[in-house]
Design a protein around this ligand. Structure first.
Ligand SMILES: NC(=O)c1ccc[n+]([C@@H]2O[C@H](COP(=O)([O-])OP(=O)(O)OC[C@H]3O[C@@H](n4cnc5c(N)ncnc54)[C@H](OP(=O)(O)O)[C@@H]3O)[C@@H](O)[C@H]2O)c1
Ligand SMILES: *[C@@H]1O[C@H](CO)[C@@H](O)[C@H](O)[C@H]1NC(C)=O
Length: 312
């Protein structure tokens, strides 16, 4: 699944030529792109439309071509894509998402990046994990996207973890429900990278402890469980996880058992992790996100220590 350097024909740095092949042949400019995205917003009547919902959210300027160079099922309903990003000016912070432009599909997708910023720096790759729904971008990813498909991506979002070298250590509590694991996995991977960098160089941001609470319907829908447990085993003094399954009908495997609980994440478990040095990041179904952010506020955690990302 590795891929060689990409050459995306017709893509100039800073251009939007890859938004779609049609757009490229029309020689669209950035202002034309804005028009295109506005048109998509107006066309879409669903309140759940990504561009509409995030219209006020900060985005970066760069729209980069990207080429699909890996695809695999992460669970029965979630497909994972690896994209090679062409533009050297494309960068993101752990936790952010991309606008996802597909040639010939007028609806623009919005997907959180689940890989670490380091993977982009080293290999020019980002990863997304997309659940099957009837939303056109998700349908395209599941049914039409192939290796070498070309798309365009633009980074946005205000939900991220990007500590600077001199910042004080913070503990993190990450609370994930279902595919809401995506941005939190990026944050977890980024933290592990920061920890490795500090071990190598003796300088840089010193991470605190990180505790991931992750709930899914059953163990097949627990995405990235191997990656998560690998990080827990690599840095047991720093990273811990508590996996929850809410509709498990079979026996939990011996490997997962020590980390698993049947039933939802409880308010009490989260409350036990409250401290002045702790930041909370929540991403899951909206009722879950609302529930835990309210609980934390009620427990007097300052609002600026509670970060959440709501998807539809
Ligand atoms: N950031 C992203 O990349 C991204 C992209 C698209 C969507 N999303 C969001 O992520 C959500 C997850 O989707 P999904 O279909 O994978 O989720 P899901 O399977 O419906 O739910 C995931 C887990 O969250 C639990 N949960 C739900 N509501 C809860 C609550 N109020 N309190 C505690 N636990 C609760 C569920 O438990 P039960 O089985 O008991 O309900 C289940 O174990 C979507 O609804 C969407 O909002 C995020
Ligand atoms: C999890 O649920 C899905 C669909 O409900 C099912 O296909 C799968 O076999 C289940 N996996 C386990 C381990 O129970």
């Amino acid at each position: 699944m590795a891929c060689a350097a990409v050459m995306i024909p017709g893509l100039l740095r800073g251009s939007v030529g890859a938004v779609c092949t049609q757009a490229a042949s029309l020689g669209l400019t950035p202002s034309a792109l804005r028009h295109l995205t506005l048109t998509s917003v107006m066309k879409s009547k669903r309140k759940t439309d990504h561009l509409e919902r995030t219209a006020d959210v900060i985005r970066r300027e760069v729209v980069s071509a990207a080429k699909v160079c890996g695809a695999a099922y992460e669970s029965p309903s979630v497909k994972r894509l690896r994209l090679l990003v062409a533009d050297k000016d494309f960068s993101f912070k752990a936790g952010q998402w991309v606008d996802f432009f597909i040639p010939g599909v007028s609806v623009v997708g919005g997907f959180s990046i689940c890989s670490s910023p380091r993977l982009l720096e080293q290999e020019r790759m980002i990863e997304l994990a997309v659940k099957y729904t009837n939303h056109p971008p998700a349908l395209w990813i599941h049914n039409q996207c192939t290796l070498d498909s070309e798309v365009a991506v633009r980074v946005g979002g205000e939900f991220f973890f990007d500590p600077q070298p001199a910042d004080a250590s913070r503990n993190l509590v990450l609370i994930a429900g279902g595919v809401g694991i995506n941005p939190l996995l990026s944050i977890l991977r980024h933290s592990a990278d920061l920890h490795r960098a500090r071990a190598d160089k003796g300088s840089g941001y010193e991470i605190g402890t990180i505790k991931l609470f992750y709930s899914a319907k059953n163990t097949s829908e627990l995405l990235f469980k191997k990656n998560i447990l690998d990080l827990v085993n690599e840095f047991p003094e720093k990273i811990a996880c508590s996996l929850h399954v809410t509709k498990q009908t079979t026996q939990i495997s011996a490997e997962l058992k020590p980390y698993s609980t049947e039933g939802r994440i409880t308010e009490k478990e989260i409350r036990d992790h409250i401290s002045k040095e702790t930041l909370f990041y929540i991403c899951g179904p909206p009722p879950m996100t609302d529930f835990f952010s309210k609980q934390l506020e009620n427990s007097h955690v300052p609002k600026e220590h509670i970060c959440f990302e709501k998807w539809w």
